[in-house]
Ligand binder design. Structure first.
Ligand code: 8IG
Length: 277
């Protein structure tokens, strides 16, 4: 038997927004930064950006903050970093994403986003490593997320909470990103549950319904960020072509390798985008 969870988000009577406010207060305490202006979740391959966007003021283990759990994936760093940007704004960098496939429920998945909003962040930058459906995308290509299709059959919204998702990935912010790098392509992100990669047939389905990128995160987080009133921009690093689009089997090692090779370039891209936001 597993030990009973000490995470309040796992208890049905907990208000997840209250836990997020408590987490934000702890972050303010532990970092010495009362308010953050912008938040970034750094997925596979994007970690290096944290070093490039500004000066790290504090770096705390996510597990010191209420509601956050241990990272489940090797190569994912479980820290929360407060970074002072050159223009004086404060960025909160979340290196500890909880994935839906971990099975801890959607409250845990979106806790970092709700916490970011509670710290004061008005802009949420969501990044991930993902599979590409457009055949001309080579591993290591960063792309803007233009919209998403949520295939998890779940939602972070509870009860009759009807939230509009038009322009979820802000057209304004995407235009700013394109001023930084006019070569940025975009695509519709399809969130699958995972953790298995898709079958080639599922990739063809994703393509047929209008998808260009396949992944296991981000869509649920974007919905929670919109609910929290944040403006959202999303990036995928295409680390592999999706199953059946590429001819060879997919491997996690390949994903990590593509991320490492692209790290410096996409870190620089993100640093310049953050400056422009
Ligand atoms: I990195 O090809 C990465 N994450 N679902 N499919 C899905 N998630 C991914 C993939 C992929 N590559």
């Amino acid at each position: 038997m597993a030990a009973p969870s000490s995470n309040p988000l796992d208890l049905p009577d907990t208000d997840p927004f209250e836990v997020a406010r408590d987490a934000a207060a702890q972050i303010a305490d532990l970092t010495g930064v009362a308010q953050h202006d912008i938040a970034l979740t750094l997925g596979s391959g994007w970690g290096k950006a944290a070093d490039l966007i500004g000066e790290t003021v504090a770096n705390i283990p996510a597990t010191d903050v209420v509601g956050f759990g241990m990272p489940a994936v090797p190569g994912h760093v479980g820290t929360l970093r407060s970074i002072l940007l050159p223009d004086g704004r404060h960025a909160l960098v979340i290196g500890a994403r909880t994935h839906y496939y971990e099975g801890h429920g959607v409250r845990r998945v979106v806790h970092s986003v709700r916490t970011a909003a509670a710290t004061g962040a008005k802009v949420m930058v969501l990044t991930n490593g993902a599979g590409g459906i457009k055949e001309h995308w080579t591993p290591g290509t960063p792309v803007l997320i233009s919209d998403h299709i949520n295939l998890t059959a779940d939602s972070p919204l509870e009860g009759a909470t009807f939230i509009d998702l038009t322009d979820l990935y802000s057209a304004r912010l995407r235009a700013l990103a394109r001023e930084v790098d006019s070569s940025l392509d975009d695509g519709v992100y399809v969130q699958f549950r995972g953790p298995h990669y898709e079958t080639p047939a599922e990739v063809q389905m994703a393509k047929a319904i209008g998808g260009h990128i396949v992944g296991m995160s981000t869509a649920l987080e974007a919905i929670a960020a919109r609910e929290a009133g944040m403006e959202i921009i999303g990036f995928s690093l295409i680390t592999n072509l999706a199953a059946g689009i590429q001819k060879t089997p997919l491997s996690h090692a390949e994903v990590i390798e593509a991320g490492k090779n692209a790290e410096a370039a996409i870190g620089d891209l993100l640093a310049r985008v953050v400056t422009a936001l």
